[in-house]
Write a protein of this length. Structure first.
Length: 226
């Protein structure tokens, strides 16, 4: 009887050890699975941000190409217009608003049942890292059916994650001397000749997901296609 009692106590200890090992294994597996779920979710958000940044880069190129198409007889004077649909004073585009250093959002306009992209300047820059304020909402995006579009009317952060997007103009450069150009209201005649020029800009997407993150892609837009 004494031997049987000792054997029973030893078996209970064994069961407790096994239960502890199983619990520890389940806890480890839970941590691993949770980590990979979060990693996959973050990767998906980052891929969305990368695609949004690339989309706006391509849209800036589309604005240049639209200028070339709509103003083909005076292309050198008009390739930099941020709004291909507008000729403010009928003065060969020189007095219209051109690509410049600054902060922009992209909007759509409709003319003759066709949609066109335009750049719209804002007097502040995107920065959600110090907390989202009203100025940041100018850059906010909402998912509409299958595409993201500006939704500055949204107030506050209503979801766990959101995207904000900005075009940041860096420099407009004359390639002859790598000097800066200031093209506005007839200020520099070098702006509308056929010499090589570059508009250097970045497409920036910031998003909220368990913290604040940023994707930044920078490119050069030229006044020639090759």
């Amino acid at each position: 009887m004494l031997f049987a009692t000792k054997k029973k106590v030893f078996t209970v200890i064994e069961m407790l050890i096994v239960i502890w090992m199983i619990a520890w294994w389940l806890l480890v597996m839970y941590g691993v699975i949770s980590y990979w779920i979060n990693f996959v979710d973050y990767t998906r958000k980052k891929l969305i941000a990368i695609n949004l940044a690339r989309e706006w880069m391509e849209t800036v190129y589309n604005i240049r190409d639209t200028n070339w198409t709509r103003w083909s007889w005076k292309r050198d004077k008009c390739w930099l217009k941020i709004d291909p649909l507008v000729d403010n004073w009928g003065a060969w585009c020189e007095d219209d608003t051109w690509f410049q250093s600054g902060h922009y959002i992209l909007k759509q306009k409709i003319a003759s049942d066709q949609k066109y992209w335009i750049l719209s300047g804002v007097d502040h820059w995107l920065n959600i890292f110090d907390g989202v304020d009203n100025s940041d909402l100018d850059f906010a995006l909402c998912l509409s059916w299958w595409w993201w579009e500006p939704c500055p009317w949204q107030t506050g952060i209503t979801r766990e994650w959101r995207f904000f997007r900005e075009i940041r103009g860096l420099r407009l450069v004359n390639k002859k001397d790598n000097g800066d150009l200031s093209c506005s209201k007839w200020t520099d005649s070098n702006c509308w000749d056929s010499t090589a020029k570059e508009f250097r800009f970045c497409s920036i997407v910031q998003f909220i997901w368990n913290g604040r993150w940023q994707v930044k892609m920078c490119w050069v837009l030229t006044n020639f296609r090759q």
